[in-house]
Design a protein around this ligand. Structure first.
Ligand SMILES: [Fe+2]
Length: 286
């Protein structure tokens, strides 16, 4: 069993680092902390970065989690290798690029690239964005899966992942008490389906809703409220058509975990929004 602590960063390929920087700093409210000829790092909390754009193919996505016990990284790699999962150890140069001490990578059965990190670098500086969207940190990702049941079984077999709720066949998975750090959404493709940043309160979501409209940003869902996590939300389309979400989900699953049962919601728009907002997102439609 590989024990993960939390989601740590995403890596996104782009052919337009300049456009990514403009959108993420001026619209999303992330802080650019480092820029080279082929890299852009953006932070949303005290850790070094939450998003790294690299010069490459849009759609080339990676999601990273940090491992609970840093001494177990080698054992995690051995477990994945013995199970026949495509995986490997990051080189020192690749670790430096990620601002971590060490990492391993693997592909999930859909082909999503996941990295497991030991000793991620702290920024040593506060998050201080130029646009105050109320962001408190990276919350979760929606990850595309070509077979939700198969990929759920994979995550539950190898990791400390638990199902918090289902929407249709799609599990919302947690590796810590927060309601979910990853949701697997049925799709024909692999890659990140949306990137969630947590914000402090509903006022931040509504202020952003007005702000995004004033900037002619395409809002693809919301404002609304998720019946699963209880969070208010708004989703909008960003650079390279990547969907970003702000939400303020504060549901934690604690206490009598033995008797906790995930709830089954139907694959229907009301399972994504209890207020009645209709998603303009392919994976959220029934
Ligand atoms: Fe979400």
């Amino acid at each position: 069993m590989i024990n993960l602590r939390d989601i740590l960063y995403v890596r996104l390929g782009t052919r337009d680092l300049e456009g990514a920087q403009k959108f993420c700093t001026e619209i999303v409210g992330l802080q650019a902390v480092e820029r080279t000829a082929d890299r852009l790092y953006l932070k949303s909390s005290a850790s070094h970065h939450a998003v790294c754009y690299f010069q490459g193919e849009p759609g080339d996505h990676t999601v990273a989690f940090d491992i609970k016990d840093w001494s177990q990284l080698g054992a995690a790699l051995a477990q994945l290798q013995s199970a026949g999962v495509p995986c490997g150890q990051g080189t020192a140069e690749e670790a430096a690029d990620r601002h971590v001490e060490a990492f391993i990578w693997f592909n999930d059965p859909t082909g999503n690239r996941i990295e497991i990190v030991a000793r991620p670098h702290d920024a040593g500086k506060r998050y201080f964005p130029s646009r105050d969207a109320g962001i408190t940190g990276l919350g979760h990702v929606g990850l595309c899966t070509t077979d939700p049941a198969r990929d759920q079984a994979f995550w539950l077999q190898h990791f400390n992942a638990m199902v918090s709720d289902w929407i249709g066949p799609c599990p919302l998975l947690r590796v810590n008490p927060r309601h979910h750090q990853m949701a697997l959404f049925a799709s024909q493709r692999k890659g990140i389906q949306h990137i969630n940043f947590q914000v402090a309160e509903i006022d931040d979501i509504m202020k952003s809703w007005y702000f995004l409209q004033s900037q002619d940003i395409r809002i693809v869902f919301g404002p609304g409220r998720h019946p699963t996590s209880g969070g208010n939300f708004v989703y909008f389309e960003g650079h390279d058509e990547v969907i970003f979400e702000y939400s303020n989900s504060d549901r934690h699953i604690v206490g009598d975990l033995e008797n906790y049962r995930p709830r089954q919601f139907p694959l229907h728009p009301t399972s994504f929004c209890m207020w009645g907002s209709k998603p303009d997102i392919a994976e959220f439609r029934d």
